[in-house]
Design a protein around this ligand. Structure first.
Ligand code: SAH
Ligand code: AVI
Length: 349
C-alpha cells in the first residue's frame, strides 16, 4: 500500500491540488539503499559469531511488535520512564530551555514526547527512525494532534547520519533519546555515537536521555522472556525482515528465541538458536548453521549512574540533572557539553 507521503508526491508530480498531509508536517527520506543493507547483513552472517544488527528488527511488523512489548507487564522500562517523564516534565523543560528544536533519534511511536510537549513547547520536533511506514504514520498522527507544532520527520539510520536535514529553525537543538536505545550499542560505540550527536549541538544544546539501570538478573531476564512470547516473536521477525531485504530463505520454525543477562558484561543478550544443522540460502550464497549455533541479534546494556557518567564524559558531556523512579529501575539524564553551565538564552550561537 502506498503511504500518504507517496500519494502526496504523486499528486504533486501530476499537478493535482489534493493535499492530504497536515500543513505542519514535513517528511525527509534519507533511507539507506537495499544493496547496502544486503551487504551489511551478509557480512554479519559470515562472521564466526553470526550477528544481525538490531536495527533490522524494525520493519512495520517489528515496530508493531515493539509497541506490544512496551505494554507487557514484565517490560518495566517503558512504563517506568513514562512515569519519570510525567513527574519531572517541568524540570526537564527548564534544562532544555525555551523554543528548542527537539530531535528524537529512534522515535518509534513518538508516544513519550507527548509527555513533554506541554511543558517544553518546542519550536519544532524532529522524529527520526529507520522504520519508514511506522515513522510516517506516527509523525502524521502527532502533527494532527498538535497543529501548533512543526513536525519534521526524517527517515534515516541515525548511526550513520552526519548532518540534520536543512530547513529546520535556527534555534538551539536538544536531542531526546529515551527508551535506553543507547543500551543497544556497546559502550565504545555509545561514546562514538554521543560524540556524533554532540556535533549536531551548539553550546546551548543538550541531550535528554533515558538509560536502563543494572538490577537483579531475575527482573532483567523476565523483561526479555515474557510469558506471552511477544519478545520471541520480535526476535524471530528479524529473519522475516532479512528474507525481504535480501533474497534469503530463513525458516522461522527452525530457530528459537534465547535471551539472558550476561552479568560480566552487564548486558542482556538476545540470540536466535538454530534448532538443527541447516543451510540457509541468500541468493547464490549458502550460510551453514550447526544445531545450537546462534545468531546474536541484540545487546541491551544496563548501566549504573557511574558507568553511564563515564560514557557521557568520554563523549564530552556532563550530567547536569538526573531523575529516576523510587525503585531505581530506570534513569533519565540531561547532558550538556562539558564546560557549559547549562544556562539557556534560547538563541543559536
Ligand atoms: N524512542 C521510542 C522508541 C524506542 S525503540 C521510545 O523510547 O519508546 C527503538 C527505535 O529506534 C525503533 O523505533 C527503531 O525503529 C529505531 N531504530 C533502531 N535502530 C535505528 C537506527 N540505526 N536508525 C534509526 N532508527 C533506529
Ligand atoms: C529499543 N531497545 C532499547 C529495546 C531494549 O530493551 O533493548 C529493544 C528490545 N529488545 C527486546 N525487548 C525490547
Amino acid at each position: 500500500m502506498r503511504s500518504r507521503v507517496q500519494r502526496q508526491l504523486e499528486a504533486e508530480r501530476e499537478g493535482l491540488p489534493e493535499n492530504t498531509l497536515p500543513a505542519n508536517f514535513v517528511f525527509t527520506d534519507l533511507h539507506p539503499r537495499a544493496r547496502d543493507k544486503r551487504a551489511e547483513i551478509l557480512e554479519g552472517l559470515t562472521q564466526e559469531q553470526k550477528f544481525i544488527d538490531p536495527k533490522y528488527f524494525y520493519d512495520a511488523r517489528g515496530s508493531a511488535l515493539f509497541e506490544q512489548i512496551t505494554g507487557l507487564p514484565e517490560y518495566y522500562p517503558t512504563r517506568t520512564e513514562r512515569h519519570i517523564l510525567q513527574r519531572n516534565a517541568r524540570a526537564m523543560a527548564a534544562d532544555c530551555g525555551p523554543d528548542c528544536v527537539l530531535v528524537e533519534p529512534g522515535s518509534g511511536s513518538s508516544e513519550k514526547v507527548r509527555l513533554l510537549l506541554g511543558a517544553l513547547e518546542p519550536a519544532a520536533y524532529v522524529p527520526m527512525d529507520i522504520s519508514a511506514d511506522f515513522l510516517e504514520r506516527s509523525a502524521i498522527q502527532l502533527a494532527e494532534e498538535y497543529p501548533w507544532l512543526c513536525v519534521h520527520a526524517v527517515c534515516a539510520d541515525f548511526a550513520s547520519l552526519d548532518n540534520l536535514p536543512p530547513g529546520l529553525p535556527a534555534n538551539h537543538y536538544v536531542i531526546f533519546y529515551p527508551g535506553s536505545t543507547l543500551g543497544n550499542m556497546c559502550p565504545a560505540d555509545a561514546v562514538e555515537f554521543l560524540r556524533r550527536l554532540g556535533r549536531w549541538l551548539d553550546r546551548d544544546g543538550g541531550i535528554l536521555i533515558g538509560i536502563d539501570l543494572h538490577k537483579s538478573t531475575r527482573i532483567l531476564e523476565a523483561a526479555y522472556n515474557d510469558a506471552q512470547g511477544i519478545t520471541a516473536q520480535f526476535n524471530l521477525n528479524i529473519l522475516n525482515h532479512v528474507n525481504k531485504l535480501t533474497d534469503a530463505n530463513f525458516d522461522l520454525n527452525c530457530f528459537g528465541h534465547h535471551a539472558f543477562y550476561n552479568e560480566a558484561k552487564q548486558r542482556i543478550e538476545m540470540h536466535l538458536v538454530s534448532k538443527r544443522d541447516q543451510t540457509v540460502k541468500m541468493g547464490d550464497i549458502r550460510i551453514r548453521f550447526s544445531r545450537g549455533e546462534t545468531i546474536h541479534t541484540e545487546n541491551s546494556y544496563k548501566y549504573t549512574r557511574e558507568s553511564f557518567r563515564k560514557v557521557a564524559a568520554s563523549a564530552g558531556f556532563e550530567i547536569h540533572s538526573s531523575w529516576c523512579d523510587d525503585q531505581r529501575l530506570f534513569s533519565v539524564h540531561y547532558l550538556g557539553l562539558r564546560g557549559n553551565s547549562g544556562k539557556k538564552d534560547g538563541k543559536r550561537s
